[in-house]
Design a protein around this ligand. Structure first.
Ligand code: S3P
Length: 172
């Protein structure tokens, strides 16, 4: 079973992904880390030295290169579903779960986590909220193509895993 977690920056994909992975006995893979390993550089440097387009190419390649073996839980970067038919690829190769949070909740979670995220570097307060609202409007049509929409702050990983298994035709 391959599970892809989608959603905005700061929605908690890595935290929930690790919980799901340990409950399901599957490896956890973070797509951002895969990009960094393949490119031998960190996300902020890739953005600043090569630009976002290059990052998106690298991200799409890394997504397709993951060895999912007998299964995996994969946390994707916030922009990944919105480029290069990645959402279609994920829906063809696994079960997608959108972790949905409101712009206000995302903004408060992102306030303390800006330095590693080039898209929101230098934004705070009202400006950050405006950015999140605007980007979420652009991106949500992609996120909503996920097989499951999970209201993010509840984080009942056990119940979610049950739902994923029922969608994937694997008994819970
Ligand atoms: C991005 C989200 C980041 C990372 C990059 C771009 C985005 O991942 O891929 O900084 O476009 O939303 P997280 O969602 O894990 O923060």
């Amino acid at each position: 079973m391959v599970i892809y977690l989608t959603g905005f920056m700061g929605s908690g994909k890595s935290t929930l992904g690790k919980k799901l992975a340990s409950l399901a006995g599957l490896p956890f893979i973070d797509l951002d880390r895969e990009v960094e390993l393949r490119e031998k550089s960190d996300i902020a440097t890739i953005f600043s030295e090569r630009g976002e387009l290059c990052f998106r190419e690298a991200e799409s390649k890394a997504l397709r290169a993951i060895d999912t073996g007998t299964g995996a839980v994969i946390a994707t970067g916030g922009g990944a579903p919105c480029f290069n038919d990645n959402m279609e690829f994920m829906n063809q190769t696994g079960i997608t779960v959108y972790l949905r949070l409101t712009p206000a909740a995302l903004t408060s979670r992102l306030e303390g986590a800006r330095e590693t995220r080039p898209l929101i570097e230098g934004l705070n307060g009202e400006k950050l909220l405006e950015f999140v609202e605007q980007k979420l409007r652009e991106r949500e049509p992609y996120y909503l193509q996920s097989a499951i929409v999970y209201e993010g702050l509840g984080q009942d990983a056990r119940a979610l895993l049950k739902e994923i298994r029922s969608k994937g035709g694997v008994s819970a």
